[in-house]
Ligand binder design. Structure first.
Ligand code: AMP
Ligand code: MG
Length: 507
């Protein structure tokens, strides 16, 4: 089948295209179209044969019922048995919008649309293209997400085409969707009404209007052991090609943990993907990093969620580590979709971060222009099983001078360089829990302790790696002394690397 793809502007809808699309629907064909949640795959909901085509095009299990989309509230009454006062209040407040309601169905709705159920799910979308198309198509359009079953829901016409080109009569391209996660589903056939799928309309928003609202316990369960009440929620909707793992905790701990795992996995030869936010993306150093939106506006995260998951399916990564979000507002829906995609694989950030003692190593000398920067650069060339920020500081640094020229000459002869180095004085903020401070001389250690009081993690090199040899200052000495210092430093730093790697194993 040749799929027609037509662009439509929500603010200036081309009536001819719309009429053509409506005709396809009336004839029992399939038209994919934008809604504010995700793209829908539309078919005449009152025509059993049309419903069958949806299942075939999506490869969707036929016991998974379809949501009937309407354009006007009056259209609800002929297809349902009863509309309670509570339902009327909710409709008044939230329709049109990202909220699906479940009612007892009337005779007019075929079982092919409801997956054999006596109930029907109904939604009135806000998107103008969707609404006009529904009217043109006869008023009742079933429209599941316009993706192949098992892939992330489509949030752009390109996503729809990836999955359904050649399988449907028409795709209407109305640009990117507004919300990005599927509608909230609220079952009005039980008392109190029950949320079967979280979405942009939250429990709190509903309770404000009608009082108590339940949540399907299967949504709260930490695994897949409970059968959800919405038939479609029982499927492992979408499993990314890579293993998706969620890391929960305070954001800064989460970033530390993901950095740590990404570094270790990369050392082991795996390609790692990271789902970050615009606040955190720059903090990561290893892996393929994709920002999913800003934490200041979780709507942006909902909007990009499926796009990012689709993008990762194109990448050769073995693992994807994702930050997690507070389960309030739309965060509940975001976490629900992520948890499903991850198969409930969640780890606690602190379980990871406690496995790394130091995250930074600083070598402290007097003027930070020779031994310190040399040691730091040599350590950067060692194979370390955990990631460290490596640097150097001085106790008496008056201006940011470059490294000593003789030191640089020696480093160059060893295919290393201190070119980018600028001497930096030690400051109080360098003495944090995560930092291992190594001095070259006993007196330097005591100076730090007396200047800053009760500081942790400050050792002389000698003491830390348990080696008698000391690296003297080569200041004012001939080049050959710098060369000897380099050789000694190299041996000591190698021992240091071994010690750090050993410690990493034993934690
Ligand atoms: P989708 O159309 O892809 O957004 O999926 C529709 C969701 O609504 C699926 O999870 C269905 O199982 C659910 N659903 C549709 N009709 C009913 C119904 N009558 N009772 C319970 N869940 C329903
Ligand atoms: Mg779907």
């Amino acid at each position: 089948m040749k799929t027609i793809i037509e662009k439509l502007d929500e603010n200036q809808i081309d009536e001819d295209i719309l009429a053509k699309a409506g005709e396809i629907l009336k004839q029992g064909g399939l038209v994919a179209f934008p809604t504010e949640t995700v793209y829908g795959l539309g078919a005449n909901a009152l025509d059993e044969e049309a419903a069958k085509k949806i299942y075939a095009a999506k490869g969707r299990p036929s016991d998974n019922p379809l949501i009937v989309h309407i354009a006007d509230v009056e259209a609800l009454y002929p297809i349902v048995y009863d509309v309670s006062d509570k339902a009327k209040k909710i409709i008044e407040k939230f329709w049109p919008g990202p909220l699906t309601l479940i009612f007892e169905k009337s005779e007019r709705v075929p079982h092919g649309t409801t997956g054999g159920l006596q109930t029907v799910a109904v939604r009135m979308p806000v998107n103008a293209i969707a609404r006009e198309l529904i009217r043109e198509g006869g008023g009742y359009i079933s429209a599941p997400s316009a993706n192949t079953s098992g892939r992330p829901s489509p949030t752009s016409a390109e996503h729809v085409a990836e999955d359904l080109d050649g399988k449907v009569e028409m795709i209407i391209d109305g640009g990117n969707v507004d919300i990005g996660v599927e509608s909230t589903i609220l079952d009005m056939t039980v008392e109190p009404p029950m949320i079967l799928r979280p979405g942009a309309i939250t429990r709190e928003m509903l309770e404000e209007i009608i009082g108590e609202v339940d949540v399907d316990r299967a949504l709260i369960a930490e695994d897949d052991s409970q059968a959800p009440k919405a038939p479609g929620m029982k499927y492992r909707h979408y499993a990314p090609k890579a293993q998706l793992i969620m890391v929960e905790g305070e954001t800064d701990e989460v970033v530390k943990a993901i950095k740590q795992i990404a570094y270790e996995q990369t050392c082991l030869g795996y390609q790692v993907g990271i789902i970050a936010t615009s606040e955190t993306a720059d903090l990561y150093t290893t892996g393929l990093i994709k920002s999913i939106g800003t934490r200041n506006n979780e709507n942006s995260i909902a909007k990009n969620l499926y796009k990012v998951l689709r993008e990762f399916d194109e990448e050769e990564v073995s693992y994807i580590y994702s930050e997690t979000f507070a389960k309030d507002g739309i965060g509940d829906a975001i976490m629900n979709r992520l948890e499903k995609a991850a198969g409930h694989h969640v780890i606690r950030a602190t379980d990871i971060t406690r496995l790394q003692k130091y995250r930074r190593v600083l070598f402290v000398s007097n003027s930070d222009n020779c031994r310190g920067p040399m040691a730091a650069e040599i350590l950067r060339h060692e194979d370390l099983t955990q990631e460290y920020k490596i640097g150097s500081r001085g106790l008496v640094v008056l201006f940011p001078e470059p490294a000593n020229q003789k030191a640089e000459a020696i480093m160059r002869s060893q295919q290393m360089t201190l070119e980018a180095h600028e001497a930096t004085g030690l400051a109080e903020e360098d003495l944090d829990e995560d930092t291992l401070i190594l001095t070259f001389e006993e007196s330097q250690k005591w100076k730090i302790i007396s200047d800053y009081g009760n500081v942790k993690n400050v050792y002389t090199m000698k003491e830390y790696i348990d080696d008698e040899r000391e690296v003297p200052s080569a200041h004012g000495q001939p080049l050959v002394v710098y060369g000897e210092n380099f050789q000694l430093l190299k041996e000591l730093i190698h021992k240091l690397a071994e010690k750090l790697n050993e410690e990493a194993k034993s934690l």
